[in-house]
Every structure is written in structure tokens, then in C-alpha cells.
Design a protein around this ligand. Structure first.
Ligand code: NAD
Ligand code: WQD
Length: 337
């Protein structure tokens, strides 16, 4: 039996494929390489000393899914494949709903046709919307999302809930990630955004390497201790481990269940800059800019449910996040290219 990992060549997917191979699981990766490089899987295989099966294809392509399910004995699917740029989603909502929502529906239909009912989904803290009390806890109803990207994640969770009610065999976990950062400690795989990064850590890392001049800090007047926004950053290797724990827990799930995967602690943008400077031994020039549209002042996870039920908690802190980001970026100044 193998695990199908959609989007497995991407940032979080590649770290999860590595963790699965390292514990001896067989893995099939399906990725259309729209935001990833085949090289990431080559490196994962080298690190693991074990091969994955790689299929270049799209989750919207039924024929491709049917061939894949016919050729491989798949026990569970971890579904990372999605478009993920919040700003872009406001300009291209239809593409986001098609890829993220319709893509998941097609995948679930073809899973059902193949008799596969175990499913783990990459959700996001963004499903709590703009008004949820902090820390975010799974008992807070989801909704009030502020971008088509966020709404696409919310919609998929609703699809999962309804499908679980209709189909007793379906066992599904939505993992709500907070802010994934860092890289594998080998420095062989990491986050490789195309174009100018939208997210904080890749931006800082590219300033450090000299690809960008200066960081813009979006907002210095929030009601936070230093005026900059706070987020719950989570090391991508801890996040990958969370997927293994969720897989192990699936058989105990009744229908659909959601878990926060976060550290349970917030850091401000200025704290992140300072921690990176310490790890890299380099100053990061920055300038306070106006707030970015749609940004929230501060949020972090109540991470106690995953601790209790999945036996999962983070074991890497801010120093490891920065050390591993810098190790990856300095070893691979141009990412996988
Ligand atoms: P990523 O872009 O690196 O990985 C996504 C992968 O999916 C890419 O390799 C891309 O080529 C592939 N893909 C996209 N559409 C596809 C399709 N239709 N068919 C097949 N493959 C397709 O992103 P990531 O940061 O690794 O995120 C993985 C998942 O986690 C996504 O669902 C994302 O929305 C979710 N998530 C990410 C974050 C984050 O900050 N990185 C936070 C919360 C949730
Ligand atoms: C973090 C903080 C910025 C860039 C996004 C998505 C969310 C989830 C994770 C997928 C914020 C500040 C950033 C920069 C800055 N993705 N910042 N200068 O916005 O918390 O979350 O990624 O599900 O849905 O919205 O992450 O890394 O973009 O920003 O000052 O150049 O850094 O304002 O306070 P965010 P981020």
C-alpha cells in the first residue's frame, strides 16, 4: 500500500514526502509542477535513500487520476495541491476556485470510484476569518474569510464535512496550518517561491542573499507590543511530522475532524527580523511601510487539540527556523534553479 501525496513536489509536500519515505512508507507523488521543480523530489529521494513514484499530472485530470489509482495500491491521500497566493487569488478568483475547490471535488470523486476513503487536507488558519478570538481554537466556527484563497480552503472543509456525513467510510482530517517557515536541516530542500516572495521569511532570506535590497515591514502601528503584526510560525519539518501523526490517527476519526498545527505562540515581524539577523550574522535593512490590505494584527493557535489527540507538538523553535531558512537559502541562492 502507498500514500498518494498531491502537490508533493512543493514546499510542504516535499518535506512530508521525505518524512514518509524515511519512516518506510511507499509514496506516489502527483504534481503538475505549476509551482515546483522535479528537482525537489530528486533531492528528497537522495536524502531518504528511497525512491518515490513521481507522476506529473493535474488533480483536475480524471483520466490521470484513474490511471494512477489503477496502477497503484493507494491507502490514503494527502492533498497539498493548490494555488496559494492570497493577493493573486483576489485577481484570479475563478482559477483559485477551479484549482482548489473543483480540483478537490474531482479528486474525492475519483477516490470514491477507486474505493479510497482516507484523506488529509491542507487547510489554513485563514479559515477562521477576520473576527475569531485569539488564540484560534477548533471549536470556533469557521467563516468570514477575507480572500478567494481563504474561501477556497473554507469551501473544501465544508465539502469534506458534507461528504463525511453522506459516506460513512470517509475518514478525513483537515490540518489548519499557521505560518510554515524553515527548511530541512540538510539545506537540500526548502521554499522556492517564483518571482518576488509574498511571504515574510522568503523575502528576508532573499534580502540576506542580495537578491532583494530591503524588506518592507507592512504596518508599524498595530496594537501589539512593538507595533508590528504577530503570527504563529511553525517549522516545516514539525509540520511534516504532523501529517504522519494525522495519518496514524485517521482510522480513529469519525468522519471529518480539523486540527490546528501551530506552535501556540506569536512572534512579531521585528522579532523575526532580529532572530534571522542573529542566525545569519547579517543585518537585514528594512523600512516600515503602510499596512498590507487584508492583514490581521495578530493571531496564533491554540495547539492543544493536536497535542492531546494526535500526540503532536512542535519541537523546533525560532532559532532552528532561522538557522534552517538561512542554510537552505545560502546553499541554494537561486532555489532549485
Ligand atoms: P506549494 O505551491 O509549494 O505546493 C503546492 C504544490 O501543488 C506545488 O508543487 C504545485 O506545483 C502543485 N499543484 C498546484 N495545483 C495543482 C494541480 N491542480 N494538480 C497537481 N498539482 C498541483 O505550496 P505549499 O506552501 O507547499 O502549500 C501546500 C498546501 O498547504 C497548499 O494547499 C496550501 O494552500 C496549504 N497551505 C500553505 C501555507 C503556507 O504558508 N505555505 C499555509 C497554510 C496552508
Ligand atoms: C507574515 C507577516 C505581514 C511580507 C499568509 C496567508 C495565509 C497562510 C500563510 C496559506 C505579516 C508581514 C510579510 C513582507 C511584511 N497561507 N510581512 N513584509 O500573511 O500571515 O499568511 O501565509 O494558507 O493564508 O495569508 O504570512 O508571511 O505573508 O506575512 O511585513 O514583505 O509578515 O504583514 O504580518 P501571512 P506572510
Amino acid at each position: 500500500m502507498a500514500i498518494l501525496v498531491t502537490g508533493g513536489a512543493g514546499y510542504i509536500g516535499s518535506h512530508t514526502v521525505l518524512a514518509l519515505l524515511q519512516r518506510g512508507d511507499d509514496v506516489v507523488v502527483l504534481d503538475n509542477l505549476s509551482n515546483a521543480s522535479r528537482e525537489s523530489i530528486n533531492r528528497v529521494e537522495k536524502l531518504a535513500g528511497k525512491q518515490a513514484v513521481f507522476c506529473e499530472g493535474d488533480v483536475l485530470d480524471r483520466a490521470c487520476l484513474r490511471d494512477l489509482f489503477a496502477a497503484h495500491d493507494i491507502s490514503a491521500v494527502i492533498h497539498f495541491a493548490a494555488l496559494k497566493a492570497v493577493g493573486e487569488s483576489t485577481r484570479m478568483p475563478l482559477e483559485y476556485y477551479e484549482n482548489n475547490v473543483a480540483g478537490t471535488v474531482v479528486l474525492l470523486e475519483e477516490m470514491r470510484n477507486a474505493g479510497i476513503y482516507q484523506f488529509i487536507f491542507s487547510s489554513s488558519a485563514t479559515v477562521y476569518g477576520a473576527n475569531a478570538p485569539v488564540p484560534y481554537v477548533e471549536t470556533t466556527p469557521i467563516g468570514g474569510t477575507t480572500s478567494p484563497y481563504g474561501t477556497s480552503k473554507l469551501m473544501v472543509e465544508l465539502v469534506m464535512q458534507d461528504f463525511a456525513k453522506a459516506e460513512p467510510q470517509f475518514k478525513a482530517i483537515a490540518l489548519r496550518y499557521f505560518n510554515p517557515v524553515g527548511a530541512h536541516e540538510s539545506g537540500e530542500i526548502g521554499e522556492d517561491p517564483s518571482g518576488i516572495p509574498n511571504n515574510l521569511l522568503p523575502y528576508i532570506a532573499q534580502v540576506a542573499i542580495g537578491r532583494l535590497d530591503k524588506l518592507g515591514v507592512f504596518g508599524g502601528d498595530y496594537e501589539t507590543p512593538d507595533g508590528t503584526a504577530q503570527r504563529d510560525y511553525i517549522h516545516v519539518v514539525d509540520l511534516a511530522q504532523g501529517h504522519l501523526k494525522a495519518l496514524d490517527h485517521l482510522s480513529k476519526v469519525e468522519g471529518y475532524k480539523a486540527y490546528n498545527l501551530g506552535a501556540g505562540k506569536g512572534y512579531s515581524v521585528l522579532e523575526m527580523i532580529k532572530a534571522f539577523e542573529k542566525a545569519a550574522g547579517k543585518a537585514i535593512p528594512f523600512e516600515i511601510k503602510p499596512r498590507r490590505d487584508g492583514d490581521l494584527p495578530a493571531f496564533w493557535a491554540d495547539a492543544s487539540l493536536a497535542d492531546k489527540e494526535l500526540n503532536w507538538r512542535v519541537s523546533r523553535g525560532i532559532d532552528e527556523m532561522m538557522r534552517d531558512t538561512w542554510n537552505w537559502q545560502s546553499k541554494n541562492p537561486n532555489g532549485f534553479r
